[in-house]
Design a protein around this ligand. Sequence first.
Ligand code: RAM
Length: 884
Amino acid sequence: MSTTVTALRCEYAENPLGIDVERPRLGWQMVDDRRGACQSAWQVQCASSIEKLAAGQADLWDSGQVSDDRCTHVEYAGPELTSRQRAWWRVRVWDAAGEATAWSEPAWWEMGLLDKADWSARWIGSEVCGSAWVSTPCPFLRKGFTLAKPVAQARLYVTALGLYEFHLNGRKVGDQLLAPGWTDYRHRVRYQVYDVAEQLSAGENVAGAVLGDGWYCGHIEFRGRQRWGDRPRLLAQLEVTFADGTTQTLTTDESWRTATGPILEADLLQGEHHDARRELTGWDAAGYDDAAWKPVQTFEPPAAALVAMPGPPVRATQELTPVEGPGDYSRWSGIWIFDLGQNMVGRVRLRITGPAGTTVKLRFAEVLNPDGTLYTENLRSVRATDAYTLRGEGEEVWEPRFTFHGFRYVEVSGLPKDVTLTADAITGVVMHSDMPTTGTFECSDERVNQLQRNIVWGQRGNFLDVPTDCPQRDERLGWTGDAQVFIRTASWNMQVAGFFRKWLCDLTDCQSESGAYPATAPVTFGAGGDGGPGWADAGVICPWTLYLAYGDTRILREQYPGMRRYMAHLERKNAEGHGGWGGFGDWLNIDADTPKDLIAAAFYAYSAELMTRIAEVLGDADDAAHYREIHQRARAAFQHRFATPAGLVIGQTQTAYVLALAFDLLDESVRDEAVKQLVEHIRQRKMHLSTGFLGTPYLPHVLSRFGELDVAYALLMQTSWPSWLYPVTQGATTIWERWDGWTHDKGFQTPKMNSFNHYAYGAVGDWLYNTVAGVELDAERPGDRHAIIQPRPGGGLSWARGRIETLYGPLESHWRLTDGRFELDLTVPPNTTATVHVPTTDASAVTESGQPADRAQAVQPAGTGDGEAIYAVPAGRYSFVAPA
Ligand code: RAM
């Protein structure tokens, strides 16, 4: 038969190298075009070598034929896996009729180092170490070694406190940037594993590394350097297996040598200065004389656990060339300004020719002043300046290693007056955690499409190992509130399971003694503290959202102990009595402060509700009962304290109504009145929102859910501020931190806090997918096992399309209004089902692929709703048409 099995994944990744999950979870996709395609059984074979696997000798695990329709999160059930072990696997499935597919192509995963004792390497570094305010040059480290025989296999296990770039025989290892990333170094350091066989050969070899300060000892916020430690350190272990089966290991130890070279300073916030005259040419290859280098220093191992990286690494994923070469201003001033056309995050590659000793300065900005110069006031204390001192030998190409900036405009200065720069002097290198793209949203309104692009760029720029608030000023922190409001949108756009699993460890690492989750993770100073309502709740909301998006129960299980501690903390605080809640409130609302006590009461109830559902998913009935009771009490307390019997909500802000309605905190009898009040507040502001970080994500959902779809669309299509499209009309290419980051009458908002790349308000993306395009998750059958397709046309749109690469395959809803007809093209992936809501007042006139819908193949009528006909469909492609 034509059905095949593809897209084999282990822990969400394709052939992951170096994982430390005890029982890795496997997943695959069935490719089958037939309507109703589904899997009735599966078989996984797992072997210690590819040859054995091909011969059907599943010496690790043969599941046999398992009658089961699961094709995600299938746990490996063979013997316990050991460090370095590679497992090869393949899968075949049986369709509904009991017919088997051929075996899939083989896939593999490989274990990392599971035990501290697996590391024989020592931490090494240089004596060079600055102070809290003085940066130092980057140390280079090297070691020559001989391999006696031809190499069959080689693995490099490596990490750093700080950042490393590892080299073997003249070449950088791997394509990761800013490795090993940012963790709470008191608790955890992530290591990476590389297959380096192809970079080694028998004879003389050289291993080396350049170290950068990174988050470990570089500037963090405005608090100076050395937050965790005083200087970077390296730990590396190169394990070589020869063709004859014998092995040799090279580790970092006291025999390595170190020197400083061309990188005079490298700091994530301040920038990097490279003096090409000081290059250590050939330092990472054999034949280099390191007599002038010094022995390294060795360090005691940190208390932190060494753990594998669960998410995707940071990589350069795209290059941008200037949309406009430097203009007149540049020519007469000698200060060259380039426009990359996109507010991006990463760095630039400089291509330049000039006299030796010239120092070229690069500055970065998101926006320009009215006079065409860079606007950098909003970067606050950050210098964000790179510098390159020329060697003076023809064209020189340079790209920094250990810094990144948030920018659209690049200013180049310091060149002699007679040098003219053209657009090819500058290339923007886009960097972020390399998460696969999973979502596409498009519609007939180009402004909304630009909004969607801005949301995606905001996600790319700010998902850099940690979900940060912004990428440019002296902040760039893993703010919990921001992550919480955006995670749902993020999970449509990209595969974020691994990325957030990593960050949720960071979050738990800095949970306070009392159980509170902090405002930022990793925390940058002292103990965790309490992030407060809507921020700390990220600890519950984020795992729940990952469960919804990917059906991942393990992430709930992993996070559950921390979540329980958090709830206990909230229970204690609430028992202490009413009021006095702090936190950030409905951050950056427009003259519409919502009482913080109300926000606290609302999020307490919401977290308790989610905990009830989580406890149910995990099968803990006692806990579920406990949290249900808390939820009921919290809901009653909310009503008692903040809602009047007439349906008013104290505070009388849009956000007060939105939270009360979104979290179902009001008595049903007053709901309509509350909705009316909300709409009234929007009308009073001439169809503008006034919500901040906490109210905004729920606002359109509440309106469309409670019968005010037109008002939701009016807000979406609003172009004067505050609105989502206002920045789009001003040429924004990312989401702004503030609704009024720049306005015609006031100019720039306060430079104290005015980022032009902050994803929080991009949370409207969820509504674009689930209401405009009409693709919604079902909490009962999470992870796209069952989709709810319910497009809600409006806002003058003539078509919209949402496409999601789910774990099962592509899910797509594409509707158009043509010639008085509503048409819906739908793709439901194999092994999943969908409930389809077709907007119509005449169910009998609905067709599917030209047949009356209630008689079409595989389509089951499932009733009618308010202005809609409902159908249940299994996997397949469908074309519904209804008179509009
Ligand atoms: C700002 C951050 C972030 C927000 C906090 C409260 O400084 O940029 O977006 O969550 O404050």
